[in-house]
Design a protein around this ligand. Structure first.
Ligand code: FDP
Length: 344
């Protein structure tokens, strides 16, 4: 069997139209090896999941590994043509090379609450054009459809890079012996038929009626309005749930809910929703804030949150229909509807 192509060779032959974007992808992949090595050592590398006693700009408690990852990726990006970095772990943007053409938004360590649990965690990134002559934030406060590339690294049983430079979504896996990422899956297409959903179901009582109805209908199985038995998986590390959905289909939901501070959900538009949305759209999937396409939302501030639904396009569209037309399909199996006799 011929050896799978290295990331470097792939970028040279099938990379972005602008080689600067490829440089960012290569630098992110390179720096991720350092973070992966630290994560693999667990507590042997120190107490990475310990709180640092301060909160990030979103009010989340910062863990030691959040800060290490932020510093590692920001420093590494000095080796790429990057003018600005916006990070979930930093209140304001960081200027690297003011004359460089690109801006990068980062979630340096996604799934921080899983650091100590030996569960997959990751790094998410979004590449945008820098807008010279504007303040640092202006480059980031643009709709996600302007992204030139995006991706995430997952530190799991395998370390993998999922990336797009707007020419499909591709997966590379780290060969630890050689320290190289190699092509694992080219042009990923999300399976539409898989009936699997990911949601933190402990928030059921806080959701709006439309989200509850969709999940009720999943639970109703083949006798319910969706006519299929659904399975549930919730890893509580978005990168891990996203990777699974990419390779075998399904839907992820983190909607807004009634808890204090959760009206716009938990996830960040710039650092999490936009890059995931681009990765999923490039793989024939979809991503919304339950109704509107994520990539069309114009951010108002760097750390803005958004409800997020992504995955197989048919399922994402269905959730949107439940919000825009709450009577949709509830008639197919009235016994199981909210108005029915046998609501489960
Ligand atoms: P975390 O706070 O641990 O970084 O990014 C936020 C995130 O994890 C996602 O990775 C994950 O899907 C979600 O939050 C988990 O939320 P719950 O704590 O509500 O399960």
């Amino acid at each position: 069997m011929p050896e799978p192509m290295t990331l470097q060779a792939f970028l040279e032959t099938s990379g972005a139209d602008d080689p600067a974007v490829d440089q960012v992808v290569a630098v992110m992949a390179g720096a991720s090896r350092e973070i992966a090595a630290t994560i693999q050592l667990g507590t042997l590398a120190g107490r990475m999941g310990d709180a640092r006693g301060n909160q990030n700009a979103d009010g989340d408690e910062q863990k030691a590994l959040d800060v290490i990852a932020h510093d590692t990726f920001t420093e590494a990006l000095r080796r790429a043509p990057v003018a600005l970095v916006a990070s979930e772990e930093s209140d304001s943007t960081v200027t690297l090379d003011a004359d460089a053409p690109l801006a990068v938004a980062l979630d340096p360590l996604d799934g921080s609450s899983n650091i100590d649990t030996n569960v997959s965690i990751g790094t998410i990134f979004s590449i945008l054009p820098a807008r010279p002559g504007t303040d640092g934030e202006a480059s980031f406060l643009v709709p996600g459809r302007e992204q030139l590339g995006a991706g995430f690294i997952i530190y799991g049983p395998q370390v993998s890079l999922v990336m797009t430079v707007r020419k499909g979504t591709h997966i590379f896996t780290l060969d630890p012996a050689r320290g190289e990422f190699r092509l694992a899956q080219q042009d990923v297409r999300i399976h539409p038929a898989r009936t699997e959903y990911a949601i933190n179901a402990s928030n059921y009582r806080h959701w709006d009626e439309c989200v509850r109805t969709y999940i009720d209908d999943c639970l109703a199985g083949e006798d319910g309005p969706l006519g299929a038995n659904f399975n549930m998986r919730w890893i509580a590390s978005m990168v891990a749930d996203a990777y699974r959905i990419l390779v075998r289909g399904g839907i992820f939901l983190y909607p807004g809910d009634q808890r204090r501070g959760y009206q716009q959900g938990r996830l960040r538009l710039l650092y999490e929703a936009n890059p995931m949305a681009l990765v999923f759209e490039e793989a024939a999937g979809a991503a919304t804030d339950t109704v509107n396409r994520i990539l069309d939302i114009k951010p108002r501030n760097l750390h803005q949150r958004t409800p997020l639904v992504f995955g197989s396009a048919d399922k994402v569209e269905r959730v949107a229909r439940y919000h825009t037309d709450p009577s949709h399909d509830f008639t197919r199996s009235p016994l199981f509807s909210h108005r029915g006799l046998l609501r489960v």
